[in-house]
Design a protein around this ligand. Sequence first.
Ligand code: ASP
Length: 417
Amino acid sequence: MKLARNIIIALIAGVIVGLALNLFAPSVFDPVDTYFFGPLGTIFLNLMKMLVVPVVFVSIVLGTVGIGDPKKLGRIGSKTIVYFLLTTAVAIVIALILALILKPGTAGNFDTASINYEAQEAPPVMDTLLGIIPTNPVTAMAEGNMLQIIFFAALIGFGLAMLGKKVERVKEVIEQANDLIMYLITFVMKFAPYGAFGLIASAVGSQGFDAIRAMGMYMGVVLGALLIHSVVVYGGTVALIGKRSPIWFFKNFFPAQVVAFSTASSAATLPVSLKMAQERLKVPESISSFTQSLGATINMDGTAIMQGAAVVFIAQAFGIELSLGQLLIVVLTAVLASIGTAAVPGAGLIMLAMVLTSVGLPVEGIALVLGVDRLLDMVRTAVNITGDAACAVVVSQTEGVLGDPEMEGVPAESKTV
Ligand code: ASP
């Protein structure tokens, strides 16, 4: 909690400094950003990213050994996927409804005639899913291909569980590696307040505030939908299925949300979100490692919300009416797009091109939302990883293995599920 408080203080300080430079000394901002804010943020981001592949590999291996039984693994996997898909679909529907009611695209004069935007090619979602089996696990790790690493690690864990005593030493080594990595996460997190300061000062300082003013309504729709979704869907499922107080859930997961907010990357936040879920939310490592690593890669409700709101906004700005059928297509493609979105800053915007194309809207429309996307990215990333943690709590409870919230500081028993 002390760390979360320090990060918040750093964020506030970063906003003030970034804003002050942006408004009163714009010419000073660039050099300060290049030599101070930027490097601070990059050092922190790199330290976190450095731990992602080892933490995912080690914790998924141990997670699979802990679950052992492939049937159980299948059941946990199915529950996780169902939760991910349903909540993402609900997220888009909330965004669509809010955008249709509040009509952000009619709340200003958007010059749609003169925009010029080259959309990047969105990677085909099917390729991502079919490419789950790595032909070379070392390449998968070198490239940080999360789904392939998860697959390989799960297979190793399965082998370890099957061979049992014979490979006990290998398992022990991986268990110790896990302790080591968890220690490193705590260590690296000490730098988080400085990193958060640099990241937010850089983001705020480089922001064009005129763009924000013009886009107030669109931002309101996205932020409103993110809030409603978090409270109703995550709070609701944690309370009803997870049998835990939503306030307890949000309070204990808060440090991870703050890191997600500052980094705008689900992947870079993964080490902290795993740690928070295991130590504070008492999710056993076996479930947390799966749901959250997979979720960081394919479950992005916040991103889906942005995409839903942006589609309606762009249609309205261009004066195009969307039919009910088209809205349904948006729900489907935005679910797919959020699965295919990489867990890095700004990736959701690239996939927006795919959603726009699916209903024949001009991809140039992305230029309209581009200016304010960085700030929204920070908030939606925090929501993205909260969905993964909520899922971990819900699945653990339905499996009867969610730890006792009273056991402060003691991780839930992780080896037997
Ligand atoms: N930055 C988001 C994430 O990492 C993805 C996006 O929506 O751009 O979760």
